[in-house]
Design a protein around this ligand. Structure first.
Ligand code: FE
Ligand code: FE
Length: 297
């Protein structure tokens, strides 16, 4: 798909005006369990679409599953992994991400940055290593893609491998019938264009904020933190246990970190939100310890 085509599709198909719809969907799909450790056990506690966000989320996934083809993903990698859009310090990137919501809904002005700081603070409170805290702080920074004009279906949402048959356990699997890749038999076997246990690094996931941020940070963070960032939306694998035939032993080991991260992403809304002025010095030091003073987006 050419970029012009993608741009015109985007204009025609912009169902979610702001990321609040997405957050609402996540909260409904993965309700807060009694204890985060019980989350994976309670199979009835999620995939609950009986929520006001239902129709926009359904429409979101219709677009996501229709247009996220292998060709689209390769096209977006060429476009965004050139990192020629903007240079920012880590703090500027956090501030820049916040402008995303300033433009749409004043009630959700703080949602993005609050979610990042609450995730990081919950990880810190539990005494995890500082790189784990940092992964919490930055894990959604890739959503700046929305500010570069990308539609929501190419930024957020559960991710899944392209170039092979989709799992039935992906949310709204029926919409894959609309995806042009279903017309290519080479992409419709369980391994598709990949070989068994080739490892996820060789697998193209649907394009979005996870993969984008992974490439921005891959030289700077320890590998467990990079797995948390790169695969945090790959629910079919880390939640449902699908796609193990594409994973290698190293992926299996590293996914323990992805699963450890997930409850903090979903359930870290604090009753008393952290006061930024109090925690800022800690996070300034943390960012300076791991990240360069300026990063290319
Ligand atoms: Fe995310
Ligand atoms: Fe998140």
């Amino acid at each position: 798909m050419s970029h012009e085509n993608a741009a015109s599709l985007r204009e025609k198909n912009a169902p979610l005006d702001n990321l609040e719809d997405w957050e609402e969907f996540l909260t409904a799909r993965y309700p807060v369990p009694d204890a985060p450790a019980d989350a994976a056990k309670d199979k009835d506690a999620y995939r609950n679409y009986n929520t006001p966000a239902r129709d926009t989320v359904r429409e979101f996934y219709r677009l996501n599953h229709t247009y996220q083809t292998l060709e689209f993903v390769l096209d977006k990698k060429r476009e965004f992994l050139a990192f020629d859009k903007r240079r920012m310090t880590p703090w500027e990137a956090l501030d820049y991400l916040n402008t995303l919501i300033d433009d749409s809904d004043p009630d959700t002005t703080l949602a993005q940055i609050e979610h990042l700081f609450q995730t990081a603070e919950a990880i810190r409170t539990d005494g995890h290593p500082d790189w784990f805290v940092l992964a919490g702080l930055v894990h959604d920074l890739g959503k700046v893609l929305c500010l570069f004009g990308e539609p929501q279906w190419a930024v957020v949402g559960d991710t899944f491998p392209v170039g092979c048959a989709p799992s039935e356990k992906i949310v709204y699997p029926e919409f894959f019938a609309l995806n042009l890749d279903t017309q290519n038999p080479d992409y419709q076997t369980s391994c598709g264009i990949y070989s068994e246990h080739c490892g996820l690094d060789a697998v193209h996931l649907s394009w979005g904020h996870d993969e984008y941020l992974y490439h921005i940070l891959k030289e700077h963070l320890p590998e467990p933190a990079l797995y948390m960032i790169r695969y945090h939306s790959f629910y079919a694998a880390h939640r449902e246990g699908e796609y193990r035939h594409l994973m290698n032993a190293h992926d299996e080991a590293m996914f323990a970190h992805v699963r450890a991260f997930n409850p903090y992403d979903l359930y870290s809304k604090c009753p008393t939100p952290p006061v930024l002025a109090e925690i800022k010095p800690y996070y300034e030091d943390l960012l300076a310890k791991y990240l360069p003073s300026e990063m290319a987006f």
